[in-house]
Design a protein around this ligand. Structure first.
Ligand SMILES: Nc1ncnc2c1ncn2[C@@H]1O[C@H](COP(=O)(O)OP(=O)(O)OP(=O)(O)O)[C@@H](O)[C@H]1O
Ligand SMILES: [Mg+2]
Length: 282
Protein backbone atom coordinates (compact mmCIF):
# COMPACT_ATOMS: atom_id res chain seq x y z
CA UNK A 1 0.00 0.00 0.00
CA UNK A 2 1.37 3.39 -0.96
CA UNK A 3 1.01 6.47 1.17
CA UNK A 4 0.98 9.66 -0.87
CA UNK A 5 1.09 13.15 0.62
CA UNK A 6 1.26 15.28 -2.54
CA UNK A 7 -1.25 16.15 -5.24
CA UNK A 8 1.43 15.68 -7.84
CA UNK A 9 2.25 12.10 -6.80
CA UNK A 10 -1.43 11.27 -6.42
CA UNK A 11 -2.23 12.56 -9.92
CA UNK A 12 0.73 10.67 -11.36
CA UNK A 13 -0.40 7.42 -9.71
CA UNK A 14 -3.96 7.79 -10.97
CA UNK A 15 -3.08 8.80 -14.54
CA UNK A 16 -0.57 5.95 -14.79
CA UNK A 17 -3.25 3.39 -13.96
CA UNK A 18 -5.90 5.07 -16.08
CA UNK A 19 -3.65 4.88 -19.14
CA UNK A 20 -3.71 1.11 -18.68
CA UNK A 21 -7.51 1.08 -18.34
CA UNK A 22 -7.49 0.38 -14.59
CA UNK A 23 -10.72 1.55 -12.93
CA UNK A 24 -10.13 3.42 -9.69
CA UNK A 25 -12.52 3.61 -6.75
CA UNK A 26 -12.14 6.57 -4.39
CA UNK A 27 -13.23 6.61 -0.75
CA UNK A 28 -12.98 10.14 0.70
CA UNK A 29 -12.72 10.22 4.52
CA UNK A 30 -11.61 12.41 7.38
CA UNK A 31 -9.82 9.51 9.08
CA UNK A 32 -10.57 8.07 12.54
CA UNK A 33 -11.73 5.14 10.46
CA UNK A 34 -14.38 2.71 11.68
CA UNK A 35 -16.51 -0.12 10.31
CA UNK A 36 -18.58 2.34 8.25
CA UNK A 37 -15.46 3.39 6.38
CA UNK A 38 -14.39 -0.23 6.12
CA UNK A 39 -17.65 -1.07 4.34
CA UNK A 40 -17.02 1.74 1.82
CA UNK A 41 -13.50 0.45 1.12
CA UNK A 42 -14.89 -3.08 0.67
CA UNK A 43 -17.52 -1.83 -1.76
CA UNK A 44 -14.79 -0.02 -3.70
CA UNK A 45 -12.59 -3.13 -3.70
CA UNK A 46 -15.46 -5.20 -5.11
CA UNK A 47 -16.50 -2.75 -7.82
CA UNK A 48 -13.14 -1.35 -8.96
CA UNK A 49 -9.65 -2.54 -9.96
CA UNK A 50 -7.75 -0.20 -7.66
CA UNK A 51 -8.78 1.57 -4.47
CA UNK A 52 -7.70 4.99 -3.24
CA UNK A 53 -8.67 6.21 0.23
CA UNK A 54 -8.19 9.86 1.09
CA UNK A 55 -7.71 10.86 4.71
CA UNK A 56 -8.03 14.59 5.17
CA UNK A 57 -9.62 16.51 8.02
CA UNK A 58 -10.90 19.30 5.80
CA UNK A 59 -10.67 22.60 7.69
CA UNK A 60 -13.00 24.24 5.16
CA UNK A 61 -16.02 22.20 6.25
CA UNK A 62 -15.77 23.08 9.95
CA UNK A 63 -17.30 26.28 11.30
CA UNK A 64 -15.13 28.58 13.47
CA UNK A 65 -16.83 27.32 16.65
CA UNK A 66 -16.89 23.66 15.62
CA UNK A 67 -14.72 20.72 16.64
CA UNK A 68 -11.89 20.89 14.05
CA UNK A 69 -9.21 21.02 16.75
CA UNK A 70 -10.65 18.17 18.77
CA UNK A 71 -11.52 16.05 15.71
CA UNK A 72 -9.98 12.58 16.32
CA UNK A 73 -6.78 11.85 14.42
CA UNK A 74 -5.64 8.20 14.45
CA UNK A 75 -3.46 7.89 11.36
CA UNK A 76 -1.42 4.80 12.32
CA UNK A 77 -4.58 2.83 13.05
CA UNK A 78 -6.28 4.19 9.93
CA UNK A 79 -3.41 3.02 7.74
CA UNK A 80 -3.68 -0.48 9.22
CA UNK A 81 -7.40 -0.64 8.44
CA UNK A 82 -6.77 0.53 4.86
CA UNK A 83 -4.02 -2.05 4.46
CA UNK A 84 -6.27 -4.83 5.83
CA UNK A 85 -8.91 -4.01 3.23
CA UNK A 86 -6.49 -4.11 0.33
CA UNK A 87 -6.31 -0.38 -0.33
CA UNK A 88 -3.80 0.46 -3.04
CA UNK A 89 -3.06 4.04 -2.14
CA UNK A 90 -3.85 6.32 0.77
CA UNK A 91 -3.86 10.02 -0.05
CA UNK A 92 -2.91 11.97 3.07
CA UNK A 93 -2.36 15.59 2.05
CA UNK A 94 -1.64 18.28 4.61
CA UNK A 95 -3.92 21.32 4.50
CA UNK A 96 -1.51 23.61 2.57
CA UNK A 97 -1.21 20.94 -0.12
CA UNK A 98 -4.91 21.32 -0.96
CA UNK A 99 -5.26 24.95 0.15
CA UNK A 100 -2.09 26.90 -0.56
CA UNK A 101 -2.15 30.51 0.69
CA UNK A 102 -3.26 31.84 -2.70
CA UNK A 103 -6.24 29.46 -2.88
CA UNK A 104 -9.51 31.37 -3.39
CA UNK A 105 -12.04 29.23 -5.23
CA UNK A 106 -15.22 27.80 -3.76
CA UNK A 107 -17.55 25.23 -5.27
CA UNK A 108 -21.09 25.38 -3.96
CA UNK A 109 -24.35 23.59 -4.47
CA UNK A 110 -27.19 26.04 -3.89
CA UNK A 111 -30.72 25.00 -2.94
CA UNK A 112 -29.95 21.54 -1.53
CA UNK A 113 -27.51 22.96 1.01
CA UNK A 114 -29.81 25.66 2.39
CA UNK A 115 -31.56 23.29 4.77
CA UNK A 116 -30.93 20.75 7.53
CA UNK A 117 -27.15 20.37 7.95
CA UNK A 118 -26.57 23.51 5.93
CA UNK A 119 -28.72 25.61 8.28
CA UNK A 120 -27.19 24.16 11.43
CA UNK A 121 -23.65 24.34 10.08
CA UNK A 122 -23.26 27.45 7.90
CA UNK A 123 -20.43 27.01 5.40
CA UNK A 124 -20.18 23.27 6.00
CA UNK A 125 -21.35 22.10 2.59
CA UNK A 126 -19.26 24.71 0.80
CA UNK A 127 -16.25 23.03 2.38
CA UNK A 128 -17.50 19.57 1.49
CA UNK A 129 -18.27 20.33 -2.15
CA UNK A 130 -15.01 22.21 -2.65
CA UNK A 131 -12.86 19.39 -1.28
CA UNK A 132 -14.87 16.67 -3.05
CA UNK A 133 -14.54 18.53 -6.36
CA UNK A 134 -10.79 18.74 -5.81
CA UNK A 135 -10.44 15.08 -4.83
CA UNK A 136 -12.50 13.92 -7.79
CA UNK A 137 -10.39 16.06 -10.09
CA UNK A 138 -7.10 14.83 -8.66
CA UNK A 139 -8.00 11.12 -8.75
CA UNK A 140 -10.68 11.08 -11.49
CA UNK A 141 -12.08 7.83 -10.15
CA UNK A 142 -14.53 5.69 -12.06
CA UNK A 143 -16.60 5.56 -8.84
CA UNK A 144 -16.57 7.48 -5.57
CA UNK A 145 -18.05 5.93 -2.41
CA UNK A 146 -20.06 7.74 0.24
CA UNK A 147 -22.12 6.61 3.23
CA UNK A 148 -25.88 6.96 3.62
CA UNK A 149 -25.27 8.06 7.23
CA UNK A 150 -24.60 11.51 5.77
CA UNK A 151 -27.72 11.44 3.60
CA UNK A 152 -27.85 15.10 2.63
CA UNK A 153 -24.13 15.05 1.82
CA UNK A 154 -24.67 12.13 -0.55
CA UNK A 155 -27.49 13.97 -2.34
CA UNK A 156 -25.40 17.15 -2.54
CA UNK A 157 -22.40 15.27 -3.94
CA UNK A 158 -24.59 13.56 -6.54
CA UNK A 159 -25.84 17.01 -7.59
CA UNK A 160 -22.27 18.37 -7.73
CA UNK A 161 -21.06 15.53 -9.93
CA UNK A 162 -24.02 15.89 -12.25
CA UNK A 163 -23.92 19.71 -12.45
CA UNK A 164 -20.18 19.94 -13.08
CA UNK A 165 -20.19 16.95 -15.46
CA UNK A 166 -17.59 15.24 -13.32
CA UNK A 167 -16.77 11.89 -14.79
CA UNK A 168 -17.41 9.72 -11.73
CA UNK A 169 -20.21 7.53 -10.52
CA UNK A 170 -21.37 8.31 -6.97
CA UNK A 171 -22.07 5.14 -5.00
CA UNK A 172 -23.99 5.50 -1.74
CA UNK A 173 -23.46 2.62 0.71
CA UNK A 174 -25.81 1.64 3.55
CA UNK A 175 -25.29 2.97 7.06
CA UNK A 176 -23.32 0.62 9.30
CA UNK A 177 -24.75 0.49 12.83
CA UNK A 178 -23.82 -0.79 16.27
CA UNK A 179 -25.95 -3.72 17.46
CA UNK A 180 -28.22 -1.27 19.34
CA UNK A 181 -28.81 0.79 16.22
CA UNK A 182 -26.42 3.71 16.77
CA UNK A 183 -24.90 4.69 13.43
CA UNK A 184 -21.12 4.43 13.49
CA UNK A 185 -19.46 7.82 13.45
CA UNK A 186 -15.98 9.00 14.28
CA UNK A 187 -17.60 11.36 16.74
CA UNK A 188 -19.14 8.52 18.78
CA UNK A 189 -15.85 8.22 20.64
CA UNK A 190 -16.59 11.54 22.35
CA UNK A 191 -19.60 10.04 24.13
CA UNK A 192 -19.26 9.29 27.85
CA UNK A 193 -20.86 5.95 28.87
CA UNK A 194 -24.17 7.53 29.90
CA UNK A 195 -24.22 9.58 26.71
CA UNK A 196 -23.48 6.50 24.64
CA UNK A 197 -26.66 4.93 26.04
CA UNK A 198 -28.65 8.10 25.40
CA UNK A 199 -27.34 8.22 21.80
CA UNK A 200 -29.54 5.27 20.85
CA UNK A 201 -32.40 7.77 20.89
CA UNK A 202 -31.64 8.74 17.27
CA UNK A 203 -32.25 5.22 16.02
CA UNK A 204 -35.18 4.73 18.38
CA UNK A 205 -36.85 7.87 17.04
CA UNK A 206 -36.23 6.88 13.42
CA UNK A 207 -37.57 3.38 14.06
CA UNK A 208 -40.67 4.81 15.74
CA UNK A 209 -41.26 7.06 12.73
CA UNK A 210 -40.87 4.12 10.38
CA UNK A 211 -43.22 1.99 12.46
CA UNK A 212 -45.92 4.66 12.35
CA UNK A 213 -45.61 5.10 8.59
CA UNK A 214 -45.70 1.38 8.01
CA UNK A 215 -48.81 1.20 10.18
CA UNK A 216 -50.48 3.65 7.81
CA UNK A 217 -49.82 7.06 9.34
CA UNK A 218 -49.62 9.63 6.55
CA UNK A 219 -49.51 12.87 8.52
CA UNK A 220 -45.93 14.14 8.77
CA UNK A 221 -46.99 16.34 11.68
CA UNK A 222 -48.00 13.29 13.70
CA UNK A 223 -44.91 11.27 12.69
CA UNK A 224 -42.68 14.18 13.71
CA UNK A 225 -44.57 14.68 16.97
CA UNK A 226 -44.06 11.05 17.98
CA UNK A 227 -40.35 11.18 17.12
CA UNK A 228 -39.86 14.50 18.90
CA UNK A 229 -41.55 13.17 22.02
CA UNK A 230 -39.06 10.30 22.21
CA UNK A 231 -36.13 12.68 21.94
CA UNK A 232 -37.54 15.04 24.55
CA UNK A 233 -37.92 12.03 26.87
CA UNK A 234 -34.15 11.51 26.78
CA UNK A 235 -32.65 13.98 29.28
CA UNK A 236 -29.14 13.94 27.75
CA UNK A 237 -30.45 14.65 24.24
CA UNK A 238 -31.27 18.01 22.67
CA UNK A 239 -32.98 18.02 19.28
CA UNK A 240 -31.33 20.16 16.59
CA UNK A 241 -33.63 19.34 13.67
CA UNK A 242 -36.03 16.66 12.58
CA UNK A 243 -37.56 16.47 9.11
CA UNK A 244 -39.48 14.25 6.75
CA UNK A 245 -38.42 14.94 3.19
CA UNK A 246 -38.56 13.72 -0.39
CA UNK A 247 -35.58 11.35 -0.78
CA UNK A 248 -34.27 13.00 -3.96
CA UNK A 249 -35.20 16.69 -3.73
CA UNK A 250 -34.98 16.89 0.08
CA UNK A 251 -38.07 19.11 0.01
CA UNK A 252 -40.04 18.71 3.20
CA UNK A 253 -43.38 16.99 2.73
CA UNK A 254 -46.61 17.28 4.72
CA UNK A 255 -48.11 14.00 3.66
CA UNK A 256 -46.26 10.71 3.37
CA UNK A 257 -46.55 9.35 -0.17
CA UNK A 258 -44.24 6.79 -1.73
CA UNK A 259 -40.73 7.02 -0.30
CA UNK A 260 -39.63 9.60 2.24
CA UNK A 261 -36.46 10.13 4.22
CA UNK A 262 -36.56 10.82 7.95
CA UNK A 263 -33.62 13.04 8.88
CA UNK A 264 -32.45 14.22 12.26
CA UNK A 265 -29.60 15.82 14.16
CA UNK A 266 -29.35 15.56 17.93
CA UNK A 267 -26.91 16.95 20.45
CA UNK A 268 -25.83 14.44 23.08
CA UNK A 269 -23.94 16.63 25.51
CA UNK A 270 -21.34 18.48 23.42
CA UNK A 271 -21.41 15.91 20.61
CA UNK A 272 -23.67 16.43 17.63
CA UNK A 273 -24.91 13.26 15.92
CA UNK A 274 -26.92 12.79 12.72
CA UNK A 275 -28.86 9.87 11.32
CA UNK A 276 -31.60 9.12 8.80
CA UNK A 277 -33.85 6.40 7.47
CA UNK A 278 -35.55 5.96 4.10
CA UNK A 279 -39.10 4.65 4.53
CA UNK A 280 -41.65 3.48 1.98
CA UNK A 281 -45.35 3.99 2.57
CA UNK A 282 -47.07 0.88 1.37
N1 LIG B 1 -21.88 4.42 9.86
C1 LIG B 1 -21.54 4.63 8.60
N2 LIG B 1 -21.93 3.78 7.63
C2 LIG B 1 -21.60 4.00 6.34
N3 LIG B 1 -20.84 5.03 5.92
C3 LIG B 1 -20.42 5.90 6.84
C4 LIG B 1 -20.73 5.75 8.22
N4 LIG B 1 -20.16 6.78 8.91
C5 LIG B 1 -19.53 7.54 8.00
N5 LIG B 1 -19.67 7.02 6.76
C6 LIG B 1 -19.18 7.60 5.52
O1 LIG B 1 -17.78 7.69 5.52
C7 LIG B 1 -17.39 8.78 4.69
C8 LIG B 1 -16.38 9.61 5.43
O2 LIG B 1 -17.02 10.23 6.53
P1 LIG B 1 -16.24 10.79 7.77
O3 LIG B 1 -14.79 10.50 7.62
O4 LIG B 1 -16.70 12.16 8.04
O5 LIG B 1 -16.72 9.81 8.95
P2 LIG B 1 -17.82 10.05 10.00
O6 LIG B 1 -17.99 8.83 10.81
O7 LIG B 1 -18.99 10.66 9.32
O8 LIG B 1 -17.21 11.10 10.96
P3 LIG B 1 -18.01 12.25 11.66
O9 LIG B 1 -19.32 11.70 12.09
O10 LIG B 1 -17.14 12.66 12.75
O11 LIG B 1 -18.15 13.28 10.57
C9 LIG B 1 -18.66 9.55 4.36
O12 LIG B 1 -19.07 9.23 3.05
C10 LIG B 1 -19.63 9.03 5.38
O13 LIG B 1 -20.97 9.10 4.96
MG1 LIG C 1 -18.56 12.78 8.74
Amino acid sequence: MRRVPSVKAMTAWARGLQREGVKIGLVPTMGALHEGHRSLIRAARLACDAVAVSIFVNPLQFGPLEDFDRYPRTLAKDLRLCEEEGTDVVFVPRAPELYPTEFETAVSVQRLTRRFEGLSRPGHFGGVTTVVAKLLNIVRPERAFFGQKDYQQAVVVERLVEDLNLDARVVVCPTVREPDGLALSSRNRFLAPEERKAATVLYRALSAGRRLIRAGERSVKRVEAAMTKLIWAEPLARLDYLAVAHPATLDEVRVVRGRVVLLLAVWIGTTRLIDNMVVSAR
